[in-house]
Write a protein that binds this ligand. Structure first.
Ligand code: NAD
Ligand code: MG
Ligand code: MG
Ligand code: MG
Ligand code: MG
Length: 328
């Protein structure tokens, strides 16, 4: 059984009287900084001077510094800028200003796990990774709840790294929902494997292939859109609320029987074999290397692939159908 921490298992005490520098004021940075401050902790921000969030952070009552200055003042540094931007900012502005004994916190393990950031030995390195959209981190906190999170320790210089991680998790409200202990390797690899094979990659291709199949058989694209894309949300909501068995009990017997007998022929063992291949590329670091190279070239392949999706028939039909559905 995974180790799960609740509010009573964590204390803010390790962070009391400490200065927490949140680096970045984007989706996670803003939500986490506001929650930590509302939890009674001392939060400053490290941002780019002249960047567009500087004025917003000042207007929202924070003391704002350039990244290096904020790090130099901090006992805890929370690295909440985009993953692909972190290595350069780390090297130039964060690492040279770290005091021995600083707690460095990440919200995703990518750079540490794949060795793109190599922390010095005299700091704690922890992770508090919210498992939910960034916006919910603030909204849930304000309504007295929290977004669950994963916590991990990569480097325990102080001997108290997990206490610090749990204190951060409590400060952002995550322990209200529940926090699961993991490792940087597990968080990073499951995140990448999951998004590639199921969440982003798998789901998108399943829907597109289903749509193409119906349209190629001569059915109307609008009808195909409703069947394979719009209804996918209704099925997913049932799975989310009740589990797969519960979803099956929520559809017709015809859908149950057809799904149970035909599904495994569509998504068969060969799919799982290719999922294992994708997982192997993640675990070996081959995917990370490919993506960092692509990013540093300015993302030409990503742009081309995004353009292809934008031009797919399901997107053109979707714009019309969502106008009907939501008045967009
Ligand atoms: P984001 O895209 O919202 O950007 C964060 C901030 O970084 C912005 O204020 C931006 O101005 C600043 N920034 C960008 N490039 C910079 C640079 N070169 N130098 C200085 N500042 C720069 O980022 P995010 O989605 O909040 O992600 C931050 C971290 O949180 C990442 O490690 C990410 O994996 C993790 N995370 C995000 C989510 C989410 O829902 N967005 C969920 C869990 C974990
Ligand atoms: Mg993920
Ligand atoms: Mg991810
Ligand atoms: Mg149907
Ligand atoms: Mg049906």
């Amino acid at each position: 059984m995974a180790k799960i921490y609740r509010d009573v298992d964590a204390s803010l005490e390790p962070l009391k009287g400490k200065t927490i520098a949140v680096i970045g004021y984007g989706i996670q940075g803003r939500a986490q900084a506001l929650n930590l401050r509302d939890s009674g902790l001392n939060v400053i921000l490290g941002l780019r001077r002249g960047g567009k969030s500087w004025d917003q952070a000042v207007a929202e009552g924070f003391r704002v510094f350039e990244i290096g200055q904020a790090v130099a003042k901090a006992d805890v540094v929370m690295v909440l800028i985009p993953d692909m931007e972190q290595p350069k900012v780390w090297e130039e502005q964060i690492e040279p200003n770290l005091k021995p004994g600083t707690v460095v916190d990440f919200a995703h393990g990518f750079n540490i796990h794949f060795g793109l950031i190599k922390p010095p030995p005299n700091v704690d390195v922890v992770m508090v990774a919210p498992k939910g959209p960034g916006r919910a981190v603030r909204e849930e906190y304000l309504s007295g709840r929290g977004v669950p999170a994963l916590v991990a320790v990569y480097q325990n210089y102080s001997g108290r790294a997990m206490e610090y991680a749990l204190a951060i998790a409590k400060g952002i409200g995550a322990t209200r929902a529940g926090v699961i202990e993991t490792t940087f390797a597990e968080e990073t690899e499951t995140d990448l494997i999951g998004e590639q094979t199921v969440l982003v990659g798998g789901l998108m291709e399943l829907i597109k292939k289903g749509f193409e199949t119906l349209v190629e058989l001569g059915y109307q694209p609008e009808v195909a859109y409703f069947e394979v894309l719009n209804e996918a949300k209704l099925i997913m909501d049932l799975i989310w609320q009740r589990g797969i068995y519960g979803m099956l009990n929520g559809v017709s017997d015809t859908a149950k029987y057809g799904g149970l007998t035909v599904g495994p022929k569509i998504i068969d063992e060969s799919v799982k074999q290719r999922m294992r291949e994708a997982a192997a590329r993640v675990r070996s670091g081959e995917f990370a290397k490919e993506w960092v190279t692509e990013y540093n070239r300015g993302g030409p392949t990503l742009r081309k692939l995004m353009e292809e999706v934008k031009n797919h028939q399901i997107e053109k039909v979707g714009i019309e159908m969502r106008r009907l559905l939501f008045g967009q």
